[in-house]
Design a binder for this molecule. Sequence first.
Ligand code: PEP
Length: 256
Amino acid sequence: MKRKKPLVIGNWKMNLTCSEAVKFAQLLRKQMITTNKIVCGISPSFIFLKDICTILADSAIFVGAQNIHSERAGAYTGEVSAFMVKEAGCSHVIIGHSERRHIFGETDAFINTKVKTALSANLKPILCIGEKLHERAGGKTTLVIENQLKNGLRGIGAEHIQDSVIAYEPVWAIGTGKTASPEQVNEVHTYIRGLLIDIYGKDIARDTYILYGGSVKPENTRDLMAQEEVDGLLVGGASINLESFLKILDSASNFS
Ligand code: PEP
């Protein structure tokens, strides 16, 4: 039994066309039967956010963007602002995903500005943090996590942290098929919870969602969710297949 309803978010990344995404959202809305036992969201591409938000309006499934720019508006060709995705109907936004950090060179300072901009637009940030393989091998996991968490949340007050979600995503487990063991996950989540307690106090830290992400699939959902400090999951590859996403939701809902 968890303290709060499990939270499961599908990160579709740069997958699915508009027609595929629309069909997926329609079927998800129809087939998701565990709505009162779970909080669920999906993160489609910018280009069809509005279509998906319309399909899922007044449903139990929220929509999140995969990214925003740190500035509110301006001469940033090709970028999308927090206020644009809010108006499209999103409630959440993924910030600091490892693909943004490592492919697009996003820094902690840039990510921190995005978190603040998201909150100012009334979007709930899903702040992703996680170590690379060589950092884990070198015993630096906690140092990396502490830096990314504290820098990402710099200046974020207690009144906002409960609107935020932390996702622990070890880089070596993302899209690789290598899941961190449930024990490894719980160890890092316990560390993150401790950092949140130090910054925000026990009650607020306990109410803040800490998700795990990295090669989550129907077969490992149960063992991951069974961990004390795992409040939910951020699912990449397995979230673009409706059948596997529904299985993950079903399995996670048993921990409500
Ligand atoms: C992700 O990109 O957030 C993720 C967890 O991907 P995957 O599940 O494919 O490892």
